[in-house]
Design a protein around this ligand. Sequence first.
Ligand SMILES: Nc1ncnc2c1ncn2[C@@H]1O[C@H](COP(=O)(O)OP(=O)(O)OP(=O)(O)O)[C@@H](O)[C@H]1O
Length: 342
Amino acid sequence: MTISLTQLRRCSVAVDLGAARTRVYLKNQGMIVDEPSVAAVNVRTGALLAVGAQAEVMDGRTPDYIRVVHPISGGTVVDIDMAQRLLRNLVGDKLRRTWRRKPSMRAAVCMPYGSEPLAQRAAVETLTGLGARRVELVDTLIAAAVGCGLPVEQPEATMIVMCGAGTTQVAVLSVGSIVAAETVPVGGNTIDHAVIQHMRLHHELMVPNQAVRPLQVMLSGDDAQASSTEVHGRDVVSGLARSVQVDTERVLKAITTPLTAILDGIGTVLRNCPPDLVADLADCGIMLAGGSALTPGLRAMIEQATSMPVHVADRPDTCAVHGLGAMLEGKVEPLHLDPLAP
Ligand SMILES: Nc1ncnc2c1ncn2[C@@H]1O[C@H](COP(=O)(O)OP(=O)(O)OP(=O)(O)O)[C@@H](O)[C@H]1O
């Protein structure tokens, strides 16, 4: 994937199709959509009943004839038709008006590092099906690095760890390109699963999916010092509703175990990097982005393992779409080198 800033400046909409959330940024207007990538469908009639946050609330609470679907998995569109219906409903009139005004509208889409041609084609088809005449693909890692305010175009190393829902992408960038990168199949979903398993094994309690995120937020917030917290769920044996007091220290330990894979990914990328770039990183450190960058204990763990400063982006979850938006609006210096005159 090569970026042409000139082509990007001709685009009027930036889209980040994430496994957890879909984000849309309109040039000169900012982010107009930040909603869960979820749709609720009536399986008998095929009718779309709800999208985004409304559909997410229905997850796990629907009768047989309603299915809550996730048309995007690991940053890849797995159901093009449903992804189009989801996007069309999320953007509603906002984009339709822009689309109508500009019949030759161009869109830019974030793609995960190393995405397969089939995945790229699915993203392009999703947007062209909605009326885009041309679709530019941009590496999520570069877009996120721009969104975090990293000096990606400079000949110095910047390291970004993009912690998404399905995967974590690690990269070292220099002179506007990726020098070394690695994708680790561990993300927010794995961490949610670790919490659910911990509650099941140690408290014999089945916790609803939707209760996991508030628990994580609580653990990473001011209450992190609290030694225990109350969690509601269903007893594994009796099936009755039950509440338990959970030792926060033990939940943090359960979360930490899958995170070690991210440390391995960082180690691999550092080993594949030229020593000059690694030396740069000792000063500027590592930037964490993506919604799961807020996972309790992650920052401290990376800091301890690498002995490098670790920073969390200001708005880690939206920095990729904001970075792409900045490129559309021409706020980014050229990311490529022009040949010098002979
Ligand atoms: N405060 C928080 N603490 C811990 N995890 C969080 C927090 N907020 C969001 N998350 C996690 O972040 C993930 C979503 O991150 P993000 O929006 O970057 O994903 P995405 O871009 O949709 O996913 P992907 O990049 O894998 O396609 C979810 O798994 C969610 O559980």
